[in-house]
Design a protein around this ligand. Structure first.
Ligand code: MD6
Ligand code: FE
Length: 216
């Protein structure tokens, strides 16, 4: 357990630029965590988490679902946004109001005042699950940033540049941390190291990451 997880972040650390156009907002969502988690569980009840297939023939270790007008889908044909959940045939659940509020206020805090999300990708990590280095480039308008919220167990987040060969920074993301990125960093390569075993007070043995996007 992390002895300091219950303490407020030091003020100077609350708004940390990590690259041009990219900001880490430590503890930004800590206060609203219970409502956010409840909304996550309501989405998952309607659009179940599943391990998607990659175009390269792998099964993702991360379990995924979506809400909003568009959901992110991966299968042997490729990656794309779709208006319906292929698992249920239904439209994705609507974006919960607390998601929209969190995403818009974090984006504004980071300098993206007019961000309005219309999609949220939900990724659930069990211990051992990871996300390989990738770019988020399936969104139509790359002028909009991405807002990423971490809940539950801590993870090591890898953050590079738009050039895959550049070395990556490492940031430890804990429950309630928000990362916003756009502008010159919008196409930065990034990934998540294998989740370390642990137990979180609210989420138990998992990490949940929400990424809010303007998808289409
Ligand atoms: C994660 N996040 O933190 C995975 N993508 O679990 C992402 O892949 C991501 O955090 C784009 C922008 C922010 C992110
Ligand atoms: Fe990503």
């Amino acid at each position: 357990m992390d002895l300091f997880d219950d303490l407020p972040p030091p003020p100077e650390a609350a708004h940390t630029p990590i690259a041009p156009g990219a900001v880490l907002l430590r503890g930004f969502a800590r206060e609203g965590d219970a409502a956010l988690l409840q909304a996550v569980e309501a989405v998952i009840a309607q659009a179940p988490l599943r391990h998607m297939q990659t175009p390269g023939g792998y099964t993702m270790s991360v379990a995924t679902t979506s809400c909003g007008q568009l959901g992110w889908v991966s299968d042997p044909h490729g990656y794309r946004y779709a208006a319906h959940d292929p698992h249920t045939g239904q439209p994705w659940p609507a974006l919960p109001a607390c998601f929209v509020e969190l995403a818009e206020s974090a984006a504004a805090q980071a300098g993206y005042a007019d961000f309005v999300p219309n999609a949220c990708l939900i990724n659930q990590y069990a211990p051992g699950a990871k996300l390989s280095l990738h770019q988020d480039k399936d969104e139509r308008d790359l002028r909009a940033p991405i807002v990423s919220l971490s809940l539950g167990l801590p993870a090591v987040f890898l953050f590079g540049t738009p050039n895959r060969k550049d070395r990556t920074q490492r940031h430890r993301l804990v429950h309630g941390d928000v990362v916003v990125w756009g502008g010159p960093s919008r196409l930065a390569y990034h990934g998540v190291m294998p989740l370390v075993e642990g137990e979180h007070g609210l989420l138990l043995r998992r990490r949940v990451n929400l990424t809010f996007r303007r998808a289409g």
